[in-house]
Ligand binder design. Sequence first.
Ligand SMILES: [Mn+2]
Length: 236
Amino acid sequence: MELRPPYSTLFLSSVLSPLFPVSCALIWLLYDTYRQTDMSNERLASIDRSTKETQIAVELNLDGTGAADLDIGVPFLEHMLDQVARHGMFDLAVKAKGDLEIDAHHTVEDVGISLGQAFRQALGDKRGIRRYGHAYVPLDEALSRVVLDFSGRPGLDYHVEYPRARVGEFDIDLLREFFQGFVNHAMVTLHIDNIRGRNTHHIAETIFKAFGRSLRVAVERDPRMEGILPSTKGSL
Ligand SMILES: [Mn+2]
């Protein structure tokens, strides 16, 4: 398309103006500052963990939308981690290939470890976060409470008794191994209490929903704590 004379005159006069390079530089500077601030505010983690027993990849965005992309080969654990992403408002992708021909033990434990590593990496020095989180979650007759602290010290207090040993194929004992793996690598203090419940699936689901909710509260940025470490010790 051919430019008509008024357009080309306008174009030429603005490009040839001595202020043109100055305004270009200013616009670039503003854009660059915005881009860097935006990137440093992102809280992401990417973990690749490989042993003779399992190969696991985790992608985590703490400030996500609750989207989960799970390919673990253990459907019940996928169902539980879906709750964590949804109720924690994290974007979470977990791909795992484990020695399921033995049983799900190594896979479930190592997904816990890798998820713990991801939270630790995404939180960095923990400046400006709330640090503590807790949640009570019911599901019909079942009720659980999860309380956690990004203390920098691993500790699990797990008070759950399931009426059944299995949900479908899934050995419910493994949930403790999952949380122990998470705690050891996220370096958190985690108290899990099932208060009541008759249905094993319901009990597990209230625990994972409350875990997601309490994580969301604990990692949330507190506007009054901006740039401040939530500890009088000076490190977490
Ligand atoms: Mn369910």
